[in-house]
Write a protein that binds this ligand. Structure first.
Ligand code: ZN
Length: 443
């Protein structure tokens, strides 16, 4: 890290902003994605910098980029993979204060869809990789940069496709992904490093009956049946339960709490104190989704005319299970709560089997040390991501995936992700590159 003194950070920051601005201008809204043209642009940039990137198409217009920085002659450890996705979610330009695919640089920010999620992270990785090549002493492992398609939809043309068709190209001990971040709060700063995710599944409920004229009441109206079932689901209380990543998270946050929470958090693994902590966790906005299974009714389908009793009614539930829950047992419990054999309960999409990434690793220590050395001062804590990222596929393939966007964001900046006026500050780009550059030298 001694040579890092020679790095011209102002130039690196400006270069990152310019690169991100141009990358945002390739509209990779998914669907349809069209990542290939943006991937080609990144590959050109890498070639200019002396790398040999590989472009792998999973389908016409859907491309993935892989580039490898070789470790030194004595490298023995298996690789570390930096992962970012090239696709973005749609942006409704009417509500934006700048055109969402303009990549404008103003007021110290790069603006546009993908600035944070996830093109900004891709540029941070790319800049750090360039610096490692130019300034770092020989590394003890290869660093792979993967920029893939289709994270925002199914990952079918991106990560899962690569894991199925080219597993050796992306095989690594560690994966650095999105999922956590540096969260600025009014009185403190928390560095959330995601080590697990909740399990997402979709469940379909359906009821059948005989269609007929609405002037004649029937006892088997499928709408009535479905509503009764949903009523039971709504009133099914999901118990609060602390899983390992949440216990670690509470313990890490303990010093910043006031009494009695400082004590309760520190002893979160003590079941006797759990009864005091659980009601509070259930009501807390941050924790409520992290300590129990959640069920949300997201779709209702049924009926064609207001004077016809339909033959069929259907509802979809978005379910997020705690990482160690078994989907089949959950389904059995759901069926007994509904308690109506005429309501069909089916799993539409099963979650990927989850693994928990350990924190007693070289990677976690290296990241912790880097953040503590670089500052600003804050608490580093493992984190359970309530949503889903591609980390679940890497974990299922046996890799240790960590979710940490190396940026310092407050809740207002965070809400721009998938929202309006997404942007990233130049200061965050610079800090992120420093974090990645230094962590990878330590790991
Ligand atoms: Zn993302």
């Amino acid at each position: 890290m001694k040579k890092a003194a020679r790095v011209n950070w102002n130039a690196i920051e400006q270069e990152a902003a310019d690169l991100l601005s141009r990358y945002i201008q390739f509209d990779t809204t998914n669907p349809p994605g069209n990542e290939a043209i943006a991937i080609e642009f990144l590959a050109d940039t890498l070639r200019e910098r002396g790398f040999t990137p590989q472009i792998i198409e999973s389908s016409p217009g859907r491309a993935n980029l892989i580039v490898r920085l070789k470790g030194g002659p004595d490298a023995t450890a298996s690789p570390c993979l930096l992962y970012s996705h090239a696709d973005v979610v749609p942006a409704d330009s009417d509500n934006w204060s700048v055109p969402p695919f303009s990549g404008q640089i103003k007021d110290g920010f790069v603006w546009g869809r993908g600035a944070l999620d996830n093109k900004g992270l891709g540029v941070v990785f790319l800049q750090a990789l360039t610096l490692l090549k130019e300034y770092a002493p020989p590394l003890n492992r290869d660093i792979i940069l993967l920029i893939a398609a289709d994270e925002e939809r199914s990952s079918r043309y991106g990560v899962t496709w690569l894991l199925d068709h080219h597993p050796n190209l992306v095989k690594a001990e560690y994966v650095w992904d999105e999922g956590g971040m540096g969260l600025k709060q009014p009185n403190n700063l928390l560095y959330y490093v995601s080590v697990a995710e909740k399990k997402a599944l979709t469940i379909k409920l359906s009821a059948q009956g005989a269609s007929g004229h609405a002037s004649v009441p029937r006892t088997d109206n499928p709408h009535d049946r479905l509503i009764r079932a949903l009523y039971h689901v709504q009133h099914w209380d999901q118990p609060v339960r602390l899983t390992e990543p949440v216990v670690k998270m509470l313990q890490a946050l303990a010093p910043q709490q006031s009494f009695p929470h400082t004590f309760l958090f520190a002893h979160a693994d003590n079941p006797l104190l759990g009864s005091l902590l659980r009601p509070w966790l259930k009501k807390n906005l941050l924790f409520t989704a992290l300590v129990r299974n959640t069920i949300n009714l997201t779709k209702l389908n049924g009926g064609q005319a207001s004077n016809v009793i339909p033959a069929q009614a259907e509802a979809k539930l978005d379910v997020r299970l705690l990482p160690d829950e078994d989907p089949e047992s959950f389904l059995a419990a759901l069926r007994s709560v509904i308690n109506d054999s005429k309501v069909l309960v089916e799993i539409e999409s099963l979650p990927v089997p989850q693994a928990l990434t350990p924190t007693n690793t070289h990677f976690f220590r290296a990241l912790t040390e880097t953040v503590q050395t670089l500052g600003p001062a804050g608490q580093i804590t493992p984190y359970l991501t309530p949503g889903a990222t591609d980390s679940r596929f890497f974990r299922a393939a046996g890799m240790k995936a960590y979710g940490f966007m190396p940026m310092l964001l407050d809740s207002q900046e965070l809400s721009r992700i998938h929202g309006i006026d997404e942007r990233v500050s130049l200061a965050n780009l610079r800090w992120g590159i420093q974090v990645v550059f230094e962590t990878l030298q330590r790991v």
